[in-house]
Design a protein around this ligand. Structure first.
Ligand SMILES: [Zn+2]
Length: 414
């Protein structure tokens, strides 16, 4: 048998599935299939075969890797990031340490509007360079696909600039990139909310739609930002231009964001720190993927989403990083999984399902990645030596990946 790349001697192939393209929900989230002592082959950038070492056929492989008892995972799919930004915001980090709230920092010129000012001044070239650097960083920690939002521009021109940068990063790096128009991230300085909503629905959304630069539309549905009614109107307008909604919901308050996400048929409702019975019931009657962003809850000292309750009610759960300069300045997915296990009481199996199959589904990538399945892209992590799968989220803060392979090519190797 010929192949481009053959990995032998894996302690286990993790998340190996004959076929799996739907959400993993409820009790099934705790099932993580592992094939022990195995090989896996890659041809034309895709997984061409795998099996136990005991029955391995003889291969004519262009390249071979001996995994030496390491585990092989599918790469992570990070379904919520703000990877394009002009400057970090560590001065606000100090304000937070001194006790100021998110809302107070926003009043002192921090927050989203701070990033918006800096973004407008930044050149497209400098943004591409900075974003590629972050792309490299997240690839190193095992991410193979990423959703990138605009939302620091808040003018048509600057929002399009962010989306062009996101698309360019998808071309220049081995990451698979999906883009989201988040013009409704905040109301720009000196403008009334009704005026901005009108501008979004009448000018910005049609122009972004016609540019073809955004796959999705997002709204920050939160007290002091956008109401559920505005969220639904903006999301539905986006749908008219081919952008499916994904909604920032219930981070700071029970804002009605979850119900708005359900009402507009969003692919996901993200954050969910503030949840009650009605929110959970609304999600149960929908196909909206509940998405937790444990890095943001950790960084801001907010309560975590009630993940155990959602899973016990039979819901699926996704985990993403929310990589952004204000509330989660890292896109390290293994760390997000550790936080999910430690703070949200997910089992390691639940955390891996949440950050592979379930996130892939929300980005329409379920036939391309999220599991070790014949025909899917060869997006693989070879871990550092570890005694068990559980050891990886347990050893929080330690790097998980030794070697990352994206689309069949080795992109990082230690
Ligand atoms: Zn976000």
């Amino acid at each position: 048998v010929t192949c481009d790349l053959l990995i032998t001697g894996a302690k286990g192939l993790v998340q190996v599935r004959e076929s799996h393209y739907g959400p993993v929900a409820g009790k099934a989230m705790d099932e993580l299939p592992v094939m022990p002592d195995a090989w896996i082959s890659v041809s034309n950038g895709r997984i061409s075969g795998y099996g136990p070492m005991s029955g391995m056929p003889s291969f004519n492989a262009k390249k071979k890797i001996d995994a030496q008892g390491r585990f092989v995972f599918p790469s992570f799919v990070d379904s919520h990031t703000h990877l394009v930004f002009a400057a970090s915001r560590e001065e606000e980090f100090e304000m937070k340490i001194k006790g100021l709230s998110y809302q107070e920092i926003a009043k002192r010129g921090g927050g989203i509007l701070n990033s918006a000012r800096k973004l407008r001044e930044a050149s497209e070239e400098s943004l591409i360079e900075a974003t590629l650097q972050r792309a490299k960083e997240i690839i190193t920690s095992g991410t193979g696909a990423v959703e990138i939002k605009s939302g620091y521009g808040l003018t048509l021109e600057s929002e399009l600039k962010m989306l062009r940068v996101a698309r360019k990063v998808g071309e220049l790096s081995p990451l698979t990139v999906r883009t989201t128009f988040l013009g409704a991230h905040a109301v720009p300085d000196g403008m009334s909310r009704p005026h901005y909503v009108k501008q979004l629905t009448e000018e910005m959304i049609p122009a972004v739609g016609e540019s073809g630069l955004a796959d999705y539309i997002d709204v920050f549905c939160e007290e002091g930002f956008f109401s559920p009614e505005e969220t639904i109107a903006i999301a539905n307008r986006g749908k008219e231009f081919g952008m499916k909604p994904r909604i920032h919901a219930n981070q700071l308050a029970r804002s009605g964001g979850v119900q708005a996400a359900v009402a507009c048929g969003a692919v996901s409702a993200d954050h969910l720190e503030q949840m009650g019975d009605e929110e959970i019931e609304a999600l149960k009657s929908s196909d909206v993927m509940p998405t937790a962003l444990p890095g943001a809850a950790f960084f801001l000292g907010l309560p975590y989403p009630p993940a155990r309750r959602m899973i016990s009610e039979g819901l699926p759960l996704a985990i993403a990083s929310d990589f952004n300069p204000g509330s989660c300045p890292t896109g390290n997915m293994p760390l997000m999984l550790s936080l999910a296990c430690i703070a949200m009481k997910l089992t390691p199996a639940e955390a891996f399902n949440a950050s592979t199959l379930n996130t892939a589904l929300t980005l329409g990538l379920e036939r391309e990645m999220g599991s070790i399945t014949r025909g899917k892209l060869a997006n693989l992590i070879i871990t550092r030596p570890a005694p068990s799968v559980t050891h990886l989220p347990y050893a929080f803060g330690s790097p998980m990946a030794d070697t990352v392979i994206l689309k069949g090519s080795i992109v990082t190797a230690s």
